[in-house]
Structures are given as structure tokens and as C-alpha cells.
Design a protein around this ligand. Structure first.
Ligand code: RB5
Length: 148
């Protein structure tokens, strides 16, 4: 399993803990920054992780900012990315089962370490349900058809 991870300063602390946990589980993790609690701009990290997931054979990506909102919006601008903000085990499960999310977003300032790990494990053990593929195809069709 290969996971791409990235955050801004608001998600930095939790990113580091998640990364260490995944490495302990013998999961390959590539960290796209940020590398300190110094203030940075979340769109850069959402974009980096999004590009990595689309181009570098990752199973999925994890992005974090203070709330998970801004960085999920940014990651979703990368063509092919379906980034889902998850906030409990139910949304973690449904993000895979219904949306086949290829990036999960977590709020670094709104989520405990224990909850984050539980959500990530839930996401990893869940499978996509093919009956939802039609909706994902419709999402895909939005890309490129709504440019100004
Ligand atoms: C940065 O202070 C904060 O706005 C960011 O981490 C995130 O929560 C944005 O959605």
C-alpha cells in the first residue's frame, strides 16, 4: 500500500502522527509537506498530493489543514481527484463505498489522533460498491465541460 500525504501548518502536527502510524504498519508513505508549523498556504499542498495521486501510483492520498475544508477544495481542482472530507467512521466508510474517494481530507484542528487513525483504518478496509459508478462517471463528465 502506498499513501501520499500533505498538509498546511494547521494539519502539520496530526500529519506527522498519522505518517508515523502508517509507517509502523509497514505502509509506504510519501510526505509532500509542509515540514513545520510555520504558516503556509494549503492550496499548494492539496495540489501536490492531488498530482501525486493522479500520476505516481498511490493507493490514495491524505490531506490535512485546520478544518480539512480548504485543502479538500484545492485537491478537488486536480483533474481526476475525488477528495472527501471525512469526520467520523461513517463518512470514512461512505467516502470509499459510495464515492470511491482517492483522497481523504481531515481537519487537523478538529480531529483527535485516535479518531483520525480509526477513520483511516475504516477507509482502508472498505471497498467501493460498483453500483455507484454511474454517479462517478457523471462527476468525471463535469470536468472540462464547465470551463469559462
Ligand atoms: C489556515 O489558518 C486555515 O485557514 C487552514 O488550515 C484551513 O483550515 C482552511 O480551510
Amino acid at each position: 500500500m502506498r499513501v501520499a500525504i500533505g498538509s498546511d501548518h494547521g494539519g502539520f502536527e496530526l500529519k506527522e502522527k498519522i505518517k508515523n502510524y502508517l509507517l509502523e504498519q509497514k505502509i509506504t508513505v510519501v510526505d509532500y509537506g509542509t515540514n513545520s508549523s510555520e504558516s503556509v498556504d494549503y492550496p499548494e499542498y492539496g495540489e501536490k498530493v492531488g498530482h501525486a495521486v493522479m500520476n505516481d501510483h498511490f493507493d490514495f492520498g491524505i490531506v490535512l489543514c485546520g478544518t480539512g475544508i480548504g485543502i479538500s477544495i484545492a485537491a478537488n481542482k486536480v483533474e481526476g481527484i475525488r477528495a472527501a472530507l471525512i469526520y467520523d467512521n461513517e463518512t470514512a466508510r461512505l467516502a470509499k463505498e459510495h464515492n470511491n474517494a482517492n483522497v481523504i481530507a481531515i481537519g487537523g484542528r478538529t480531529t483527535s489522533y485516535e479518531k483520525a487513525i480509526s477513520m483511516i483504518n475504516t477507509f482502508m478496509k472498505t471497498s467501493f460498491e460498483e453500483r455507484h459508478q454511474r454517479r462517478l462517471d457523471k462527476i468525471k463528465n463535469i470536468e472540462g465541460t464547465n470551463k469559462k
